[in-house]
Each structure stands twice: as structure tokens, then as C-alpha cells.
Design a protein. Structure first.
Length: 262
């Protein structure tokens, strides 16, 4: 049975308690209508954005945001999401050289690692808080601190065991969030990239976690199971120990003990 996004939002709030809204993501293609009430950055705000900006609007403001080629200004995202061709100036590594890597040759290797949609796979990227989602999600996205992301990982592994493996180049995390998760069909731990931190204003203490929507039921079962097993957030503090005090405190206690003071 398909899970309602609002039900998932409530379960994630119970187990993860993140500071920003967990999000639903869908890429609208093939004549499918953009969900009602989704804000278009260019038409309705008069700006062009990066994908990470739209994601931050959704998770911080609670908006539903839809981004097509006309809405985007980030050249890496335009290539990754299939809106612009990967011409030689891009594939040769010029965007990465001198900033992320030493040479264009190394930059070409870095660009090759960015997951990409073909032009046929391109579509309008829609993000919305789960609690206000009015479409069928394809991907779940949660930003949180490292403990909250760890909690999501343990929940995702409850039914499968093993490990969550992720790949990062320190850039283009929007492609990791949307495209890599869809391509690999597995949960991902996402390291926010430089652009996400500058334009999306993601904070130093934040990471992200993604999961194909088809696996959300197992995730919720895993969060319940690991909670019962003692893996919880906030992380419990171990408090059942006898503390040690400074020498003067200990001397006072010794004198009390010598005098038999109660």
C-alpha cells in the first residue's frame, strides 16, 4: 500500500526531529502537469536559481518549488539535468580546473563523475515538504545533522543489513540527490557541496540523506525497529556513573568519612 507523504512526514518527525522539512522530489516529464501551487522561480519570483536554492526554499520556507530550464542559472545543473549540452568546454574540465582540481585533465575526470540525465530524461524538478506534498514522490530527501543522518542510515539498513555507500566529488550535490539516487535505486548519504553552502545556505553542521520513494515503507519499519533496539535520536547520554571531583572536594569527603559525619 502506498504511503501518504503526510504519514511519512509524521514518522520522520518522530524519529529524526530535523530542523527543516523532509522533502519529496519528482521530475515531471512527458506532458505531465506541474503540481498545483508549485512556485516557479522565474515567473513568480523574477529570479533564476540553482537547484540547491529551490531545495532550501522548500525545506526552509515550506514551499513547493518547480524548476525547469528557464528557472536555472547554475551551469553544472543545466548540464546534469539534461537542459544544456555537455559541449567540449565543459567536458574538457574547464569549470573545475584551478578551482577544484589542478588541471583540465583532472577536471574532465571530475565532470565525468557527475551523474547526468540525457535530454530525453530532462524534466521539471519539483520539490515540496512531505507534509504539504500534492504529488507522488520519486525520492525522499532529508537534511539534518550527522546524528540524524546516521539515524536515517540505520533505519534504511534494518531490512537489508550491509552498508550505505555513497560517492561525492564535493560539488553538484543536486545531481547526487536527484539523479544518482534514481540511477542506483539505493539510499545515499549526501555531502553538501560548495554551491549548496553558498547559494542554498546549507550550514556546516548539515548533511543530507536520500532514498527512493519505493523504499520508504522499509525505512519507516527500520526506524521503528532500531528505535526499539535502542538506536534513537536525540542520542541518549550515559549518566549512570560516579563522577570524579577536584582534590579539595575529595579531601572534604575524606574528612567527613573520618569524622563519621552523616
Amino acid at each position: 500500500m502506498a504511503l501518504e507523504p503526510k504519514v511519512v512526514a509524521a514518522a520522520l518527525d518522530q524519529h529524526l526531529r530535523t530542523d527543516s522539512f523532509p522533502l519529496a522530489i519528482r521530475v515531471v516529464r512527458g506532458g505531465e502537469a506541474v503540481p498545483a501551487k508549485a512556485r516557479r522561480p522565474l515567473k513568480e519570483m523574477g529570479i533564476q536559481v540553482s537547484i540547491c536554492q529551490g531545495i532550501s526554499m522548500a525545506r526552509r520556507y515550506g514551499w513547493s518549488v518547480a524548476m525547469g530550464p528557464e528557472d536555472l542559472i547554475c551551469p553544472i545543473a543545466q548540464v546534469a539535468f539534461g537542459f544544456k549540452p555537455a559541449i567540449p568546454f565543459y567536458t574538457e574540465g574547464n569549470l573545475a580546473a584551478g578551482m577544484y582540481v589542478e588541471t583540465c585533465g583532472q577536471g574532465a575526470l571530475t565532470e565525468a563523475e557527475v551523474p547526468k540525465f540525457s535530454s530525453d530524461e530532462a524534466g521539471v524538478v519539483v520539490v515540496a515538504p512531505l507534509s504539504r506534498c500534492n504529488f507522488e514522490p520519486e525520492t525522499l530527501l532529508v537534511y539534518g545533522n550527522s546524528a540524524q543522518v546516521m539515524r536515517a542510515v540505520t533505519g534504511a539498513l534494518w531490512k537489508t543489513g550491509g552498508a550505505v555507500t555513497s560517492t561525492t566529488t564535493g560539488r553538484a550535490d543536486c545531481a547526487d540527490i536527484v539523479i544518482r539516487t534514481a540511477r542506483e535505486g539505493k539510499p545515499q548519504v549526501i555531502l553538501p557541496c560548495l554551491g549548496d553552502r553558498i547559494f542554498g545556505q546549507t550550514q556546516d553542521g548539515e548533511m543530507a540523506f536520500t532514498l527512493p520513494w519505493a523504499q520508504v515503507g522499509d525505512l519507516l519499519e527500520g526506524l521503528d525497529g532500531t528505535h526499539k533496539g535502542g538506536v534513537r535520536y536525540p542520542i541518549p547520554n550515559y549518566l549512570r556513573y560516579t563522577p570524579q571531583f577536584p582534590a579539595t572536594y575529595q579531601e572534604l569527603q575524606r574528612q567527613w568519612d573520618e569524622d563519621g559525619a552523616d
